[in-house]
Design a protein around this ligand. Structure first.
Ligand code: FPP
Length: 228
């Protein structure tokens, strides 16, 4: 059966999970990180080649400062803790998004962990941080202008996105039931299959990922054409 090469996930529902357990929201993010660890490992085992996770959107700055600070420090801690494991597993990390908004020390840490994994090629993990698809497109257009490109093709535009060089997601998963794209990979998901589950991200398991993939395998992808 066809395994999706590139899977993107909108990891939603951490806050609701915490509220359901009468815990502060940040506990939802802590549990969400445990799910990330499982899903990265399972995705790799299943044979997925690129996993893109939406960790922090350009809109998430509207959250209370304490939640933002805790979420970012959990994230950086996660990456530092996992670096050796990722290097051994052949995982390469790419951060998608505008990092200029982050404090210098966070940027340095992120650059450092990416550099450690730069030679890996077997599995690519993209983490979208201060990411918004419209911002990404604006950034790409500005870059094209800087390069004097006046007549871009679709390929040219793709090559100026944060996902440059990677094939578009075959499957987009969203947890916790909302039927929205939330400014995620607008260009890249033009032909992605979309799978939404009511499961909250901290409750999302290996089995849920396998169910999403088997749903994907049942879909008939026509890319606007007609299948014989
Ligand atoms: C949505 O839940 C989730 C986020 C805004 C952050 C996602 C981050 C993680 C899972 C942890 C760190 C990520 C990585 C890649 C290590 P929400 O807070 O919007 O939940 P709600 O909609 O129930 O309030």
């Amino acid at each position: 059966m066809l395994i999706p090469w590139h899977v993107a996930i909108i990891m939603d529902g951490n806050g609701r999970w915490a509220v359901k357990q009468s815990l502060p929201r940040i506990w939802g993010h802590k549990r969400g990180i445990e799910t990330v660890k499982t899903i990265v490992q399972v995705a790799d085992t299943i044979g997925i080649k690129i996993l893109t996770l939406y960790a922090f959107s350009t809109e998430n700055w509207k959250r209370p400062k304490i939640e933002i600070d805790s979420l970012l420090s959990l994230l950086v801690q996660f990456l530092k803790n996992e670096t050796n494991k990722f290097i051994k597993a052949g995982i390469r990390l790419r951060i998608l998004g505008d990092l200029s908004k982050f404090p210098q020390e966070i940027r340095d840490e992120l650059n450092k962990v990416c550099m450690f994994m730069a030679k890996n090629t077997r599995f690519e993990l993209n983490i979208a941080l201060n990411y918004g698809a419209r911002q990404e497109l604006v950034h790409a257009f500005k870059e094209m202008l800087k390069h004097g490109i006046k007549n871009p093709t679709e390929q040219t535009i793709s090559s100026f996105l944060y996902t440059a060089g990677q094939p578009d997601p075959d499957l987009l998963i969203r947890t916790s039931g909302e039927l929205r794209i939330s400014n995620f990979l607008l260009w890249q998901i033009a032909y992605s299959e979309i799978y939404v589950t009511d499961t909250l991200w901290p409750d999302f398991t290996e089995n849920d990922l396998r169910i999403a993939i088997s749903e994907f395998q049942k879909r008939e992808r026509r890319f606007g054409g007609v299948n014989k």
